[in-house]
Design a protein around this ligand. Structure first.
Ligand SMILES: [Zn+2]
Length: 277
């Protein structure tokens, strides 16, 4: 937890992170240090930007809300797909980054009116910008007048992630080594790859059946012959496949396992020809 030491040396932070633990960590550290945090995020064809300005004016009032005022709770782990999973329009990061850079220059030079208190949404498909008003949450645990969080916390824990193996349920996991041995023995099983079709274009394990997680509930009928046979669920990192496993178990599939660490672990430990992404 050296975020405070690192950020203390800088005038402002431009948030280019892609995960929730880091977002909350950067936010809290910036509020505690009174540093401006220039926020941007992207997903598929949409981008968002704002300025979190926790600096206090002469009367001790902060200039704007913080990330926690906007999102008091992180989403459940695995619910929001990463850019690698959900995809992102290639030029979109450039668009949002230029807005962030513009805001950074304005904050540093004290010119113009920043996006503090305004949430900008950019829709690339429509080529439209929308602006929402952001208010400080008087109960905000970090930036309110009486904060309940005054030191950095364990952000992985806060976001419901255990270090290393997010959401792993050990009894249901199968390691890539055990799975390799199982394949070697020729044991009957179904390898269910629940990634998106474009991800299979990057890499895949031979013999898989692809049913993207979002289609699984609707396509369970196709898997009926496997209801009481071994099904090994697999995705990129093991998180989506765990969700798939839960769906299968709920619908009466009795022998389900999750490939621990997903195809990335398979590539690292077993098959070096797998393209990492
Ligand atoms: Zn706040």
């Amino acid at each position: 937890m050296n975020a405070l030491t690192i950020i203390a040396k800088y005038d402002l932070v431009i948030d280019g992170t892609d995960n929730f633990p880091t977002r909350y960590l950067v936010n809290d550290a910036c509020v505690m240090l009174g540093k401006v945090n220039i926020y941007g995020s992207i997903y598929r064809f949409e981008g968002q930007a704002t300025v979190f300005d926790p600096r206090k004016d002469a009367s001790g009032v902060r200039r704007g809300p913080c990330y926690r005022c906007l999102y008091p709770e992180p989403p459940p782990p695995g619910e929001v797909p990463s850019c690698a999973e959900g995809g992102v329009l290639g030029v979109l990061p450039g668009m949002i980054a230029m807005i962030q850079a513009t805001e950074a220059i304005k904050v540093l030079t004290g010119m113009g009116r920043s996006l503090a208190g305004r949430f900008l949404r950019y829709d690339a498909l429509n080529l439209s910008f929308r602006e929402l008003k952001l208010r400080s949450d008087p109960q905000c645990p970090v930036c309110s007048a009486t904060p309940s969080i005054t030191q950095l916390i364990d952000y992985h824990e806060f976001c419901g992630l255990k270090r290393g193996q997010p959401e792993a349920n050990e009894e249901l996991e199968i390691s890539v080594h055990d799975y390799a041995a199982l394949r070697e023995r020729g044991e009957e099983h179904l390898l269910l790859d629940v990634r998106e079709p474009f991800e299979l274009g990057i890499c895949q394990i031979e013999g898989n059946v692809n049913v993207p997680l979002g289609q699984l509930s609707a396509r369970l009928g196709e898997l009926a012959p496997w209801k009481h046979k071994l099904v090994i669920s697999q995705c990129k990192s093991g998180r989506r496949s765990m969700k798939a496993l839960e769906t299968l178990a709920k619908h009466g599939f009795t022998k389900v396992r999750n490939l621990s660490g997903g195809i990335l672990a398979w590539g690292e430990e077993i098959d070096p020809s797998i393209n990492a992404y």
